[in-house]
Ligand binder design. Structure first.
Ligand code: UGA
Length: 469
């Protein structure tokens, strides 16, 4: 059993909160800091704030014990060997990452730093951020021997964040000093040694004692680039398959077959080749833009990333055209919408392509009944109910008397609908699926006109001749 290490995590968003409870689960003593008093009070009282599998369980186990929540960064700094910075790095007007929160945290840490600490960048930051953090600490009077700045990017996905953190494909540690590298190796030892996976009641996942995750030690700059390059590459993969899906639609081919044929090549791999309505969320759009901005600032032509963004933005407009192609005119049409979150298993609507599409359809004069299993409340804050938009109680309510039903988020429950009930609820049996959740021929058998992404349109078996599409 490895030695518990006192750790501070600054920021209680997706990355910070999940890292805090997972470090506790690994056996460490954690103080999670946030400057938002209401958030801290809510976390102390047991509110998880975000919809994430296993988070309530881990918070229940460690809250106010192995994980303490506070607004006092000074106290947390003094009490910890390593301070993980996991605050937001939003997109600035110019497209690059706004690092003012990171800088503010670095300056505040400087005030309480009197013994050696490792400062860890956990937020997604551009290359050279470690140097800026060092400079900020030194400018605020901290002796250079009292700290090292390390990059330890996080690769967790929302919806599966806890499992991803404790069962990672790899742990990347960018450290330019052996002393700092050792602190990070010790922190992750429960995972890399495989000890964690021997324990009872652990969070399940892919790693095991015989196959623990590898820890890759790199320079700080390489680690910073690994994070941006990984997200940009995944976004590129999605835009690539979306462009291929458009080609499939134009030729009546089937993108699912194409993606399978490509993915079986082990050099390509099957993951992140699901076509849809474009990627969204708080990471890919922001990180592709930030990586492009870094390249621009360094005088490197990386216009490939501009194309990735262009395809992504067009994909949403193509979906609206698809709805038009099925319904002729959009003005005055009544649509049921399933899904508002940027992907399934989360209540996060940041940069959600589903919300963008809802906005576009409202602007075209449609009226919408929308349903999402978790994201409705958040959506209501940005798109309040009005005479063109209402929030349905379930999928069947959303379908009620609609001219067509649209699937915009890949929630499992939308793949398990009672299709007979949906068919009865709709005014016309038309489903336009932006996530390819159903098999087209089965939908045709069930009496639907079914449009999806990169696959041929199908019509009800019984009703082929009279179909409007
Ligand atoms: C992403 C990365 O996958 C994580 O590794 C990374 O840590 C995280 O960003 C981050 O930087 O914090 P996340 O944004 O939670 O994670 O979501 P993903 O599961 O990657 O999905 C992103 C978007 O791509 C979603 O809108 C999703 O629907 C879409 N997507 C994903 C597709 O359209 N097709 C696919 O094949 C996969």
């Amino acid at each position: 059993m490895s030695k518990p290490i006192p750790i501070a995590v600054v920021g209680s968003g997706y990355v910070g909160l999940v890292a805090a409870v997972c470090f506790a689960e690994m056996g460490h003593q954690v103080i999670c800091v946030d400057n938002d008093e209401r958030k801290v009070a809510a976390l102390q009282a047991g509110d998880t704030l975000i919809h994430e599998q296993y988070l309530p369980e881990l918070l229940g186990r460690y809250r106010n014990d192995r994980v303490r929540f506070t607004t006092d960064l000074g106290e947390a700094t003094r009490a910890s060997d390593a301070i993980f910075i996991a605050v937001g790095t939003p997109q600035s007007e110019a497209g690059d990452a706004d690092l003012s929160y990171v800088e503010a945290v670095a300056c505040e840490i400087a005030r309480s730093l009197t013994t050696y600490k490792v400062i860890v960048e956990k937020s997604t930051v551009p290359v050279y951020t470690n140097e800026w953090i060092s400079r900020a600490l030194e400018r605020n009077g901290v002796d250079r021997t009292l700290f090292d700045v390390v990059s330890n990017p996080e690769f967790l996905r929302e919806g599966t964040a806890v499992g991803d953190f404790l069962h990672p494909d790899r742990i990347v540690v960018g450290a330019d000093s052996e002393r700092a590298a050792k602190v990070l190796s010790d922190i992750y030892a429960p995972l890399t040694s495989g000890d964690y996976y021997e324990r009872e009641g652990i969070i399940p996942g892919m790693c095991s004692t015989s196959e623990p995750p590898p820890l890759l030690l790199t320079s700080t700059k390489s680690a910073e680039i690994i994070k941006h390059a990984s997200n940009a590459f995944l976004a590129l993969k999605i835009s690539f398959i979306n462009a291929v899906s458009n080609l499939c639609e134009a030729t009546n081919a089937n993108v699912e077959q194409v993606a399978r044929g490509m993915g079986l090549d082990s050099r390509i791999g099957p993951k992140f080749l699901r076509p849809g309505i474009g990627y969204g969320g708080s990471c890919f759009p922001k990180d592709v833009a930030a990586f492009r901005a870094v390249a621009d600032q360094l005088g490197i032509d990386f216009s490939l990333l501009t194309e990735v963004e262009k395809i992504n933005s067009l994909q949403k407009k193509r979906f609206v055209s698809k709805v038009r192609s099925a319904l002729w005119n959009l003005r005055g049409k009544k649509l049921g919408v399933l899904g508002l979150a940027f992907k399934g298993d989360t209540d996060d609507i940041r940069e959600s392509p589903a919300i963008d599409i809802v906005r576009l359809l409202l602007a075209e004069g449609c009226s919408i009944a929308a349903f999402d299993p978790a994201a409705t409340e958040r959506t209501q804050q940005v798109l309040p109910t009005d005479n063109k938009l209402r929030y349905a109680t379930d999928a069947y309510d959303a379908a009620g008397d609609a001219d067509a039903l649209l699937i915009l988020t890949d929630w499992q429950e939308f793949a398990d609908l009672d299709l007979r009930r949906i068919n009865q609820a709709l005014r016309y049996p038309i489903i336009i699926d932006g996530r390819n959740l159903y098999d087209p021929s089965a939908m045709s058998d069930q009496g639907f006109t079914y449009l999806s992404v990169g696959r041929p349109v199908v019509h009800p078996v019984r009703d082929l001749a009279s179909s409007a599409v």
